[in-house]
Write a protein that binds this ligand. Structure first.
Ligand code: PLP
Length: 513
């Protein structure tokens, strides 16, 4: 195997015009592919969570652009020396923080090709293939999710943009005059409200801010003991708003909340939205992929009754960042909210083809469909389902270890591949602050090992650790190692420290982690 150094000494061109020489491109490209293959194979060699201090990377880079060019070997040497230490390795199997994202082999190759082709998928005619592939591949995903064909899709850069577009459609549906007249100084108009739980993703807040509704428009509906929206409380909040002259605009049901992967009861919520005439948006950014598995189809019960749905292939469909998919059963409403045709973009095919810029904010759109298509073609639905099932199995196994250990406890039900838990040794029972400090320190220590990366959330005031399985190369070895590290660090704390505050400054001679 090659050393980790970029193995290519191709020179930079002597002239000041033109692009890289094709021979240099070929040689450099081969070396780069070798480097990436080795990076994939030796994933465990880098600390998953970057260990640099703030500013450390910036301080090693010149403040001004170089006047003279450099060979790719020189550029790459800087990349390895300066930038590599500052990377948190999302694409390594020890990554189990937040929700995972995989740059899979076919996805990475597709990205390489996407850059080479440099397609601009704003209009059908600026890339018929990109436009039609986007329609086809979104149809495939819709079929795998068993959603009706009435749901038209559009590829976005992720869940946040998809949530924003969905709420924009909901706003257009509730108050179409805003497109032209805006929201400023509108005394002729009721306030608009959006309903979600405190567990909805923060991108819903951002959408409310961007759309001019303001965060005060968000009604936080109480949850049940399993962090799911209470439909009775939703109904009550809608009634209260109507009595106060506020116009309900949208309800956000989340299938797989960010903190705990809880699943809001879509059938009961859809019932209310249909009766009340309110736009229902389902955010299934992370968990949606699991609905492709027969055993987990239930997570999409009632979802087909929504007006819009988001799933994020860059989370659990092994597609590199960035790619989100928004489905809308009333895409005409989003089109009405956004479509504009300046003369320079007018084209003869308008009305007979899809021009994706009409249902998105940005004009320039990259050829994202290619990577999703290549990922689905390469793994096949069967391969995708098998990998997602395995992730769920691994998470359930980890949850069983937690459940069986008297020093640990689960803090939320485990329905998919996310486990929320904490250390709760007897010596700290009923000491909320002590437990929170202990778990924060435990997380820091385990992450400092460089072998795995977990993240956290807060549930009912408790600091909760989150282990999310979702990377394509995460296997039983990595989940077992995560459990060993947690146990070892906690053993060390039980042995060597009486107070959790001491745990923050461990003695390296007595603690192996
Ligand atoms: N919705 C949910 C439920 C999420 O968990 C996330 C991110 O984790 C998002 C939306 C935002 O997605 P993105 O990071 O692609 O903008």
């Amino acid at each position: 195997m090659k050393s980790s150094t970029f193995d290519c000494d191709a020179k930079q061109p002597d002239d000041l015009l033109g692009d890289m020489d094709p021979l240099v491109f070929r040689e450099t490209g081969h070396a780069l592919v070798d480097w990436i293959a080795q990076y994939f194979q030796e994933g465990d060699r880098y600390p998953v969570l970057a260990t640099v201090a703030p500013g450390e990377i910036r301080s090693q880079l010149p403040a001004t652009a170089p006047e003279q060019g450099a060979s790719m070997a020189q550029v790459f040497s800087d990349f390895e020396r300066v930038l590599m230490p500052g990377l948190t390795h999302w694409n390594q199997p020890g990554f189990m923080a937040y929700f995972c994202s995989t740059g899979s082999g076919p996805g990475v190759l597709a990205e390489f090709l996407t850059a080479a082709l440099n397609q601009q998928a704003m209009l059908w005619r600026t890339s018929p293939a990109a436009t039609e592939l986007e329609e086809v591949v979104l149809g495939w995903v819709r079929g795998l999710l068993k959603l009706p064909v009435a749901f038209e899709g559009v590829i976005t850069d992720g869940g946040s943009m998809s949530n924003l577009l969905a709420l924009l459609a909901a706003r257009e549906n509730a108050a179409s005059s805003i497109r032209k007249r805006g929201l400023t100084d509108r005394h002729d108009f009721p306030l608009l409200s959006v309903y979600c739980t405190e567990h909805a993703h923060s991108s819903i807040d951002k959408a409310a801010i961007v759309l001019g509704l303001g965060q005060d428009a968000l009604r936080r509906i109480p949850v049940d003991d399993n962090f799911r929206m209470r439909a009775d409380a939703l109904q009550e909040a809608i009634r209260a708003d109507r009595r106060a002259g506020v116009k309900p605009m949208a309800v956000i049901a989340v299938v797989g909340t960010t903190s705990t992967a809880s699943i809001d009861p879509a059938p009961a919520i859809a019932e209310i939205c249909e009766r009340e005439g309110i736009w229902l948006h389902v955010d299934a950014a992370y968990a949606g992929a699991a609905a492709m598995i027969q055993e987990y189809e239930w997570i999409f019960d009632g979802v087909a009754r929504a007006d819009s749905i988001v799933i994020n292939p860059h989370k659990w469909l092994f597609t590199p960042l960035d790619l989100g998919a928004l489905y809308c059963r009333r895409m005409d409403v989003l089109r009405k909210a956004l479509a504009l045709t300046p003369e320079y973009l007018d084209n003869k095919q308008s009305g007979t083809v899809t021009n994706f810029r009409d249902i998105g904010i940005q004009l320039g759109r990259r050829f994202r469909a290619l990577k999703l298509w290549m990922v689905l073609r390469y793994f096949g639905a069967e391969g995708i389902r098998a990998r997602i099932s395995e992730h769920i199995r691994l998470a359930q196994q980890f949850a069983e270890w937690i459940d069986a250990d008297p020093d640990f406890e689960l803090l939320a039900p485990v329905s998919l591949s996310l486990v929320c838990f904490r250390a709760a040794p007897n010596r700290l029972k009923n000491n909320v602050d002590g437990l929170n400090a202990l778990n924060e320190a435990l997380l820091d220590r385990v992450n400092a090992s460089g072998e795995i990366f977990l993240s956290h959330t807060r549930l009912n005031g408790c600091y909760a650790l989150r282990l999310a399985v979702g990377h394509i190369r995460t296997s039983e070895v990595h989940v077992t190692r995560a459990w060993q590290l947690l146990r070892e660090v906690l053993n060390c704390s039980n042995r060597e420290y009486q107070e959790p505050s001491n745990f923050l400054t461990p003695d390296p001679s007595t603690c192996s982690i």
